[in-house]
Design a protein around this ligand. Structure first.
Ligand code: NAD
Length: 472
């Protein structure tokens, strides 16, 4: 590790999103001697980070940001000034998938690195002193080498740059906890001095054995592979949930039976409507694109199936709602029926709706003529409406959607309840009261396997839960 005078004392982070904001708040809290400026080209985002109502909801984040804002953490739109003053610059901008090539049947998609390139060119142009540039955004193999080339080609004479790969592994909903107690921190690069300087920052709170240095390509690929493997686990358990429903097995018992094998483990074995969020889809699409471009179609096809299974889970959930409610003595389909949708975020603990399975289910229900009453504890009303208006096909009637401020208001007057996000507060609902508020016969379709199904059946609900074929 370098001498104390060589230690990093000023950091700039470009990108004040779900990654940049929480990451820098934690670094600021753990490294009081480091001044951190988080910058963004979106002035509204920066004003929100400087306000009482932060642009990102994460448990524990509010208190952290509000405390550090008074000391060593600044949010600003003055990107050039922050770059100029920093020794180390994180690039934490978005890297969305490129739109699909027309006619392509592949689910692969090259990530759009234009925001990363823009940052690299800007850093090169503005920097008058040597900088360590750290790619925190998720990028495909080779991106750090491209960034290094851009810095070299566009930089001022005599100014040196070291580029490191330091992918982020936080999970939305538990970001602060993940950042405080990471399973591992990866620092990829070939400049040992720069790697050691970044390592010294993390060593303020991360135990040294958890900080892994490696070559750049390994670090870049480890991030894509980690997300792909986590998503694959979701698709694996969801594929088994379909078999459970067909044979009368119970997915909770099967998951316990599998997960008790130490080699498999219990984590990430909850059946669901599938994965959502901004990362899993795009990172698998990026891995598929990478595999295809490396001439590895079999590898691409393998990961393609993880995405295909994820779509299948939503398709069959909606098909199940249609089939069960159309049975004799039922509701004769969804036309004009009111469905209470509990949850809209892509997972519990966040207000993020990027790629949320809930939107896909809601659109399908609307297409089948249902009216929706939606409640999510963290997603603002206008986000729900905008999201549905955006993703709705032209034949989807957005006027049939109302957004409610609590679960009971959503349930009142509905024929069907569907659980779309695994918020723990849905377990606390008084279902006896809920039944009285609903039309009869009353249906519950639990897409996240969070409710006490035995109890609901006792009360008189018709219950379907993923991975557990049972409708009375
Ligand atoms: P985000 O969209 O929430 O934030 C990105 C921010 O970058 C935006 O505020 C945008 O205005 C800003 N930006 C874009 N281009 C810019 C530019 N040229 N100059 C200045 N600001 C610019 O994205 P995010 O969720 O924070 O993700 C950032 C990266 O981290 C992505 O590569 C993502 O794959 C990766 N990642 C995300 C998560 C997650 O859970 N969200 C977890 C791990 C890694």
């Amino acid at each position: 590790i370098s001498a104390p005078t060589d230690r990093i004392t000023s950091i700039c982070c470009i990108g004040a999103g779900y990654v940049g904001g929480p990451t820098c708040a934690v670094i600021a809290a753990k490294c009081p001697e480091i001044r951190i400026t988080v910058v963004d080209r979106d002035p509204d985002r920066i004003s929100a980070w400087n306000s009482d109502s932060l642009p990102v909801y994460e448990p524990g984040l509010d208190a952290l940001v509000k405390r550090q804002r008074n000391t060593n953490l600044t949010f600003s739109t003055d990107i050039d000034r922050a770059i100029d003053q920093a020794q180390l610059i994180f690039i934490a901008v978005n890297t969305p998938p490129m739109p699909h090539t027309h006619g392509s049947s592949s689910m692969g998609a090259k990530p759009d690195l234009s925001a990363v390139s823009e940052c690299a060119r800007r850093i090169a142009r503005v920097s008058l002193t040597d900088k360590i540039v750290v790619a925190k955004s998720t990028v495909p193999c080779g991106a750090c080498a491209t960034i290094a080339g851009m810095l070299r080609d566009n930089g001022q004479k005599g100014v040196g740059f070291s580029v490191l790969s330091n992918p982020e592994f936080l999970s939305e909903g538990t970001a602060v906890r993940d950042l405080l107690h990471p399973d591992r921190v990866l620092i990829g690069g070939d400049d040992r001095v720069a790697q050691d300087k970044l390592k010294a920052v993390y060593m303020h709170w991360v135990p040294e054995p958890r900080i892994l240095t490696m070559n750049t390509w390994s670090s870049e690929l480890a991030k894509l592979a980690s997300n792909a493997m986590l998503a694959q686990r979701v698709s694996s358990i969801n594929s088994i949930s379909a078999v459970c429903e067909a044979v009368g097995a119970d997915i909770a018992e099967v998951a316990r039976g599998c997960g008790s094998d130490e080699r498999i483990g219990q984590k990430f074995l909850r059946p669901s409507l599938g994965f959502g969020g901004s990362c899993f889809h795009k990172d698998i699409a990026s891995l598929i694109w990478l595999s295809e471009s490396l001439g590895l179609p079999e590898v691409a096809e393998y990961w393609h199936q993880v995405l295909a299974l994820n779509r299948f889970q939503i398709k069959r959930f909606v098909a199940r709602i249609l089939a069960d409610t159309s049975r004799e003595g039922g509701l004769s389909g969804l036309g004009g029926r009111r469905v209470a949708c509990l949850g809209f975020a892509f997972k519990e603990g966040t207000g993020d709706t990027r790629n949320t399975p809930a939107a896909d289910v809601c659109c399908e229900l609307l297409r089948n003529g249902a009216k929706l009453s939606i409640y999510d504890p963290r997603v603002p009303r206008h986000h729900i409406v905008d999201k549905l208006a955006m993703s709705a096909a032209s034949n989807c009637d957005i006027d049939s959607v109302s957004v409610c401020s609590d679960a009971y208001s959503a349930i009142a007057g509905s024929d069907i309840v569907v659980v779309l996000t695994a918020w723990s507060e849905f377990r606390q609902i008084d279902w006896e009261q809920a039944l009285k508020l609903m039309s009869q016969p009353a249906y519950v379709f639990d897409g996240q396997v969070v409710l006490d199904h035995g109890r609901l059946e006792q009360l008189g609900f018709n219950v379907f839960s993923i991975g557990r074929a049972h409708v009375t």
